[in-house]
Design a protein around this ligand. Structure first.
Ligand SMILES: Nc1ncnc2c1ncn2[C@@H]1O[C@H](COP(=O)(O)OP(=O)(O)O)[C@@H](O)[C@H]1O
Ligand SMILES: [Mg+2]
Length: 253
């Protein structure tokens, strides 16, 4: 297993009703294209922030490749080279003056020389189709370009795990297809992709693995086909009703 969550509970300050992660137990396999779904407030983003130690459980334990996470600074630095997070809003990720500076930040931070960092920047920019934008100020990019630059910035670290929190939500269908192509190409290199997504249509076709969050717990973790046949989870989470409606909208039955 890549990640293992053992009875993890996390509550935000002043969160009294129900913790955001509520005694969550979950195994996340390696090498899959994973979609994380669930209604607003089900704990998806909180789960995401636990993957590289940005949040620490109040109780329970998160393990990566069989080792409990080490929350001391050197341990976190090592973890974050392997597990990269891309936030929903690329503006939260881009902070340098130019695209080149932005993508080079991670490699330089790893301690690479200017030349080695430059090679990483070019490789990642090519991979994400933004090599023509390297001299552009980051504020002068379209939404789709910002998303691809944000992605290039984390891929320049060559992480084993790439986790994205609803990055696609604000993109048009063209932009979404471009991002999906990049994710598929990265997955084809043997990497694990975790995508939090609202787009249930896409969830039916894209992932090789699906995690369903509900009230701070993972109520399903498995193959997409098995989810569709799991009547109890489909019913309890409201996914069944949503799917029926989507099929009707498409004129199917
Ligand atoms: N910064 C925060 N402070 C307090 N409560 C929060 C914060 N972020 C999220 N929550 C609460 O934690 C729960 C889970 O939120 P979240 O993980 O963001 O869910 P999702 O990403 O599935 O929409 C929700 O009840 C939400 O209101
Ligand atoms: Mg969220």
């Amino acid at each position: 297993m890549l990640f293992s969550f053992q009875r993890v509970t996390y509550a935000y300050p002043a969160q009294t009703f129900r913790p955001a992660l509520n005694d969550l137990t979950l195994d996340i396999p390696a090498g899959e294209k994973i979609a994380v779904v669930g209604r607003n407030g089900s704990g998806k983003s909180t789960l995401f922030l636990h993957l590289n130690g940005l949040l620490k459980p109040r109780s329970g334990q998160v393990s990566f490749r069989g080792q409990p996470l080490d929350y001391a600074r050197p341990g976190l630095k090592r973890l974050r080279q392997q597990v990269a997070l891309v936030f929903q809003n690329p503006d939260d990720q881009l902070f340098s003056a130019s695209v080149y500076q932005d993508i080079s930040f991670g490699p330089l931070n790893l301690g690479l020389s200017q030349d080695d960092a430059r090679a990483r920047v070019l490789e990642a920019a090519n991979f994400c189709g933004v090599e023509h934008l390297l001299e552009r100020p980051t504020h002068a990019l379209s939404g789709g370009e910002k998303a691809r630059v944000a992605l290039a910035g984390v891929l320049a670290m060559r992480p084993d795990v790439l986790a994205l929190d609803e990055l696609m939500a604000s993109l048009d269908p063209w932009g979404r297809i471009e991002i999906r192509r990049i994710l598929d190409a990265y997955h084809a290199r043997g990497k694990t992709i975790l995508l939090i997504s609202h787009d249930l249509g896409m969830v039916q076709h894209w992932p090789t693995w699906v995690i369903v969050m509900h009230q701070g717990q993972a109520v399903f973790s498995g193959r997409a086909d098995d989810l569709l046949h799991d009547g109890q989870v489909m019913e309890e989470t409201g996914l069944l009703a949503i799917w029926r409606e989507a099929i009707q909208d498409c004129g199917g039955s």
